[in-house]
Design a protein around this ligand. Structure first.
Ligand code: FPP
Length: 262
């Protein structure tokens, strides 16, 4: 891949999207690494390794499509339940991928951010995430948010506890807390609502990812396991999105003309 620009790849030509706008914020559950690997007689860890290039290609495709925010689920608050070997690998791999790719992402104009609970997360990982945030803080082409030790319920409960503390200090009034105030207390407060929510690998679940922010997201479930996913899968999802009718709870009365029987 070209180092400076996320160039169009041979055989990967962006399709003509539908009439609606391109999603501003795309969130992705990068699922299926383990099954992809096991089906090939490989270990789950090999599956995660194969997911790195898929992520890079999707970032490139998101830039080409004009997406402004891409948020990916790299490690959930529930992933600590995995084997100690897999957890150790994923922690180390987050550090490695950030080190290996941050200059390339920086050259592409990507702003790297992270969302998640610092508690329990390895110091080596938070250090690397912080360094990538500082390096790329002036970029504005695309904000890539790595959700590491992230859980949506935990994010909401942490925000509620913060606001409860502010009520106790008299800074906020009980009974008058607004959606905006709660959102401002989220650790992912810098991302807007999700427009398009994608999950790879055929599973059709939200899995505690950006629950509040996805209240009106369009959902796309793609059967492709994450290691085989690339910008074309992203563009297909965007194409689908641009043909959907988003009503946000509103409705328009358009009765079809009826063929009146004689
Ligand atoms: C979900 O697949 C994937 C993860 C929990 C890890 C995501 C990591 C990557 C995509 C590698 C890229 C690297 C970084 C650091 C961003 P799974 O393990 O749940 O797969 P399964 O459902 O088949 O078991």
């Amino acid at each position: 891949m070209n180092e400076m620009t996320p160039v169009e790849m041979p055989g990967k030509t962006k399709p003509k999207f539908g009439s609606g706008p391109v999603p501003k914020h795309v969130a992705i559950v990068m699922d299926g690494n383990g099954r992809w690997a096991n089906a090939r007689g490989l270990t789950r860890i090999e599956g995660h390794k194969a997911g790195e290039l898929a992520l890079l290609d999707v970032v490139a495709g998101a830039i080409e499509a004009g997406v402004e925010y891409l948020t990916v689920f790299a490690f959930s608050t529930e992933n600590w339940k995995r084997s100690p070997e897999e957890v150790r690998f994923l922690m180390g791999y987050n550090v490695e991928v950030l080190r290996r790719r941050r200059d390339q992402l920086n050259a592409w104009g990507v702003r790297i951010r992270w969302a998640g609970r610092p508690k329990r997360l390895w110091r080596s990982v938070t250090r690397e995430l912080d360094a990538a945030e500082v390096l790329t803080q002036k970029n504005s082409k695309l904000t890539l948010t790595m959700c590491v030790n992230y859980g949506s319920r935990q994010e909401i409960i942490d925000a509620v506890n913060q606001l409860a503390g502010e009520v106790a200090l008299g800074k906020l009034k009980a009974g008058q807390i607004t959606e905006r105030q709660l959102e401002r207390a989220f650790n992912s407060s810098f991302v807007p609502d999700v427009d398009l929510f994608i999950r790879s690998s055929g599973e059709q679940r939200i899995s505690n990812f950006l629950l509040w922010q996805s209240a009106y997201a369009e959902l796309v479930f793609d059967d492709t396991p994450w290691p085989d996913f690339d910008r074309r899968n992203l563009w297909n999802a965007i194409s689908d999105f641009t043909n959907r009718d988003r009503r946000f709870g509103a409705a328009v009365d358009k009765p079809a003309k009826r063929n009146r029987a004689k």
